[in-house]
Ligand binder design. Sequence first.
Ligand SMILES: [Zn+2]
Ligand SMILES: [Zn+2]
Length: 551
Amino acid sequence: MDLLEDNNLTRIIRGNLESDKLHVCFGGGVGAFGRNFTVFYYNGATIWVDAGCGFPSHSLPGLLRTIPPKELLEAFPPDAIIFTHAHEDHVGALPYVYQHLGEKTPIYAGDFTLAIIKKRLRDCQIDLNYFEFVPLTKNSRFKVHDFEIHNFFMPHSIPQSFSVGINIARAGQKIFFSSDFKLQGSEKNYDRQAIQDFGPVDYLFCDSTGILTSGSSPDESLVVENLENIIKNWPGRIFLTTFASQIERLAEVGRLAKKYNRHLGIRGQSIVTHLEAALEARVLTESFWYGRKPDPEQKDVVWIISGCQADEGSSFQRFADEKLPPLKPEKGDLLIYSASVIPSNTDAVFNVLNKLSRIGVKIIGLADYDVRVHTSGHARVEDLKQYISWLRPKTLVPVHGDHIHFMKFHEILGENHGIDVKILDDNCIYSLESQANEIMRIPAIPQMIEEKEIHTEYSLYSYRLNLSVSGICNIVVREENKRLEQLQYIGTSSQEWLKKCTPELHKEISALLIKVCNSTENNRDRKLKQKISKINIGILGKNPYVNIIWI
Ligand SMILES: [Zn+2]
Ligand SMILES: [Zn+2]
């Protein structure tokens, strides 16, 4: 059956589901980082675990975010959504996908996550009354039809992140979905024993982000200790940039500033938004970030600056460009880079850091022999082994990573571990029995978000990419006599080269117009475009987008 030709894909998908079997399907989060979206389906009921955004590479110009494919959203409207934590790759799709939810669909999450979600929905002018928000506390349990759901708070790099245990007594199956986690941290509701008591499980869906790093993911307290030494001893101004979601670290910086009689300044709305959400969720008890704004010249200040990934227009980027008045970087300042560089942002981040370095700002946090001022929120090899031993899964499904990360589970578990490591694909429905059986591949691609539009095709981006490399060739032709009235190239090559090539281009294209237009061929414009492309490549050495205008 050719699924693409059937306009009722939802009906076909639903027809393939067996009511007495548990099914799983990913709309992202497996095979590439980001866009975490997992659907569990059993006996007519559907739950979503997270609905996050993906962050596209620069090879797709203009694309801001990706969200799960609409085919999955339509086929699996949820009876409930569980948001494991408030990172964008787990909650960011909600404002774009909420139309697929019935009114008052329950949304389960920790208080902090709910506070962030509500802020995002409000920012998008979406009525909060459409949803039913259900805050989860330590070891909450609730039922959604046959799904009996437990949550287990875990340390991560944002408050109130949790793993999800799913028990389906009727199907005789237990599932554990780790979400993002590490084992060392100060999450106050972390209960190792409760996790061990939930095991053994049939399936463990396990975070693989930290699997390429040996040892254990260090506790945040180590970072705080190092920050204290720096803040205590540095004689001049201190600037610190980190992820806005690192509430624990931000609060510690606030505490240390006070302890060492420094003023605290914050630049960047995303940090204030996260701190306010933490206050609303009672993760923080005092609003240490308000008060008199420090004088920009003052030496006894710690400035927290948002935008550690050097996003366009971020405070961090503007600071380095001296466009964050009245703050200006100066020789003798210290910048604590309290973050990791996400690989796709390496150029942008180093560009900003080099600008600061040239001004004379000392930078800490990039060299591996620098004192540690950041720690990952993800479990590393030893943590993963321990976590797996607590849960004793029959099958382990790696998530939150790409194929290279996933394959490493075979290695870290060693031989004869008795655990079946199963790598699953996105846009594919599996029934989870003693094995994960693929029952259907869905022809779907992620939806693509631009400022005010959602695209469902990649072709626009390949056009754009080509435009950025080769420009446009505008050809104005008089319909009456097929005469070439105007030949114009925009962004294709230098004026000198164009000047040199234009007589020949004019001659060849004019001759072609007469030839093609006098023939009886169909698809006149398509044929012309193809042939003009050949002429352009032959003479100019470039293949600009050909735009024919008939007058
Ligand atoms: Zn994540
Ligand atoms: Zn996360």
